[in-house]
Design a protein around this ligand. Structure first.
Ligand SMILES: [Mg+2]
Length: 271
């Protein structure tokens, strides 16, 4: 019997754009659980932000945080899958697989190379500062600030000087990604790397190849979508789909958010 693994983005993919609800996806999630198909959440969110969601959805599988820079491997899972822990970091209830530099190292490099750049990082902000520039609740801002492997920078003056700063970071195998509101310093890794890493663990455990499925809606999902057998592109709320020459034979979910997710997962499993 074919083994499957499902990887999914959260915002605008498993979670609705407007209300962050996953309710409409629950039947498909229950179906995956009944068939023992791993469901791996892959997001730009932090471990603190994602741990709660995994608990709510009763997901025992690994999950990928901060855009692929750190993977959380629950200890019972590591034991069951007989994963070598020599390169992992012990974080109490779970092991962490860093795909590059950890945040302490990133902060040291950022500080040493800041020069005259006018940015302010999360490390230099209070919770109130983060609330003021994001509009997050106190609880959400606290979770967003608990970072393992990336540092968001608020960069005034339209990011003047950011290209030169990015060049300096490149020497240390770090990259500077421009997001909606922040620039993000992180290792040279992405969601696709993490998906390949986890697939290799599943494949060695099963002793067989795994049919991989991934669902995403935006540019930072592209490398994940290209790393799997069946890519599912979710529509934006306006009904448009991201397109890319590198995507081949991708499925288009019929609706945005959780409802489209449910249909698309069922369709991808039937293929
Ligand atoms: Mg998204």
């Amino acid at each position: 019997m074919t083994k499957f693994a499902v990887f999914t983005d959260l915002d605008g993919t498993l979670l609705n754009h407007h209300d962050y609800s996953y309710q409409d996806a629950l039947p498909a999630i229950a179906n995956l659980r009944a068939r023992h198909i791993p469901l791996i959440l892959v997001s730009s969110k932090t471990r603190a932000e994602m741990a709660h969601l995994c608990q709510e959805l009763d997901i025992q599988d690994p999950y990928v945080c901060e855009n692929g820079s750190v993977i959380v491997l629950p200890k019972p899972w590591v034991q069951q899958f007989n994963v070598d822990t020599s390169t992992l970091t012990d974080a109490g209830e779970c092991w962490l697989a860093f795909r590059g530099a950890a945040r302490d190292e990133i902060l040291t490099i950022v500080k040493a190379n800041k020069g005259e750049c006018p940015f302010v990082g999360f490390a230099d902000m209070t919770v109130e500062d983060v609330i003021a520039c994001t509009g997050l609740s106190h609880e959400a801002a606290t979770k967003a600030m608990q970072r393992d492997a990336t540092e968001p920078l608020l960069w005034p003056q339209d990011g003047a000087g950011s290209e030169e700063f990015a060049r300096k970071l490149g020497v240390y195998n770090l990259q500077l990604l421009k997001g909606g509101r922040f620039y993000h310093v992180m290792a040279n890794c992405d969601k696709g790397d993490s998906v390949r890493y986890l697939l290799s663990l599943y494949q060695s455990y099963y002793g067989a190849s795994v049919h991989s499925i991934a669902l995403g809606d935006s540019q930072n999902d592209l490398k994940m979508l290209k790393a799997v057998d069946t890519a599912v592109v979710m529509p934006h709320p306006d009904g448009s789909y991201m397109s890319d020459k590198g995507l081949i034979g991708e499925l288009h979910a019929p609706y945005p958010g959780a409802k489209g997710w449910r249909y698309a997962v069922e369709q991808a499993l039937q293929q």
